[in-house]
Design a protein around this ligand. Structure first.
Ligand SMILES: NC(=O)c1ccc[n+]([C@@H]2O[C@H](COP(=O)([O-])OP(=O)(O)OC[C@H]3O[C@@H](n4cnc5c(N)ncnc54)[C@H](O)[C@@H]3O)[C@@H](O)[C@H]2O)c1
Length: 255
């Protein structure tokens, strides 16, 4: 799909990978609605982009808020062609730590945002996409951020890894459901990227990943490199129902 002149929703667009995706799509001529629960950073990103960007304060886990956000996007830009789900959290805990079990509240929060939130946004965006006039047969593209942790979850990542494996799991059935509408669904699994989320990791954990687990180039990914892949997926109609890894060959060990 040619991104120029199209409309995208980018969740988590106020920060990190979502912000880079939003900025790359804007440069490609796409108008972008940033769905994020952080109005401070979200309005700043949208204001810097001018008329082509809209910040929408949304918690991706809320049906009512996402539906209202979809309606605001349609009222402002007239359609939705691309939906990139980057909103996510990485709260961690060990399954048992000092005799205390993994707090169920953390499990429920991570699954709610990363997995249920992703599906909530994509299903509501897909209703609007299905009404588009086809562009070379295509009406829409959905791209969901998974993680290398879906396969190689580290210690403490039970909830995060399960949520990201769920994002890969829904890819094929969603692509099958939406194929008749000319809508693709693709997952992307990043390795370690230099974002505020990763800045929250203990420094020795991030350094150990760079030193011992990343093959080449031996550094964290740049958010623009992830955004470049997202743009390629939008542009290339033959990428569908799969998960693409972008991780410099990283294989995560237990810690
Ligand atoms: N950075 C990495 O190395 C890495 C690796 C693999 C996967 N990922 C995934 O990429 C995505 C983006 O990560 P990032 O590193 O840019 O993180 P980040 O913390 O920089 O950005 C995440 C954004 O999501 C928003 N958000 C969180 N919960 C939300 C909610 N309920 N509703 C709306 N917005 C919400 C936050 O406000 C923030 O702006 C996440 O899904 C993350 O799991 C990141």
């Amino acid at each position: 799909m040619n991104p120029s002149g199209k409309v995208a929703i980018v969740t988590g667009g106020a920060s990190g990978l979502g912000r880079a995706v939003a900025e790359t799509l804007l440069e490609a001529g796409t108008r972008v609605a940033l769905f994020d629960r952080d109005p401070g950073r979200g309005t700043a990103v949208a204001a810097a982009a001018g008329e082509s960007a809209l910040f929408v304060g949304v918690d991706v886990t809320s049906e009512a808020q996402v539906q209202a956000g979809v309606e605001r996007t349609l009222a402002r830009f007239g359609a939705i062609h691309v939906c990139v789900n980057c909103a996510g959290v990485a709260d961690a805990a060990k399954t048992v730590a000092d005799g205390t079990p993994f707090p169920l509240a953390i499990w429920e929060k991570v699954i709610a945002i990363n997995l249920t939130g992703t599906f909530n946004v994509l299903r509501l965006a897909a209703v609007a996409m299905a009404r588009n006039e086809p562009d070379n047969g295509e009406r829409g593209v959905i791209i969901n951020l998974s993680s290398g942790a879906a396969h190689d979850g580290q210690m403490g990542q039970a909830a995060y890894a399960a949520s990201k494996a769920g994002v890969i799991g829904l890819t094929l059935p969603v692509a099958r459901d939406l194929a008749e509408h000319g809508i693709r669904c693709v997952a992307v699994a990043p390795g370690l990227f230099d974002t505020p989320m990763v800045a929250g990791l203990p420094e020795k954990v991030a350094q150990a990943i760079v030193d011992r687990m990343i093959l080449f180039p031996r550094r964290m990914g740049r958010p623009q490199e992830l955004a470049h892949l997202v743009l390629s997926i939008v542009e290339n109609p033959y990428i569908n129902a799969t998960c693409l890894h972008i991780d410099a060959g990283a294989r995560m060990s237990a810690r």
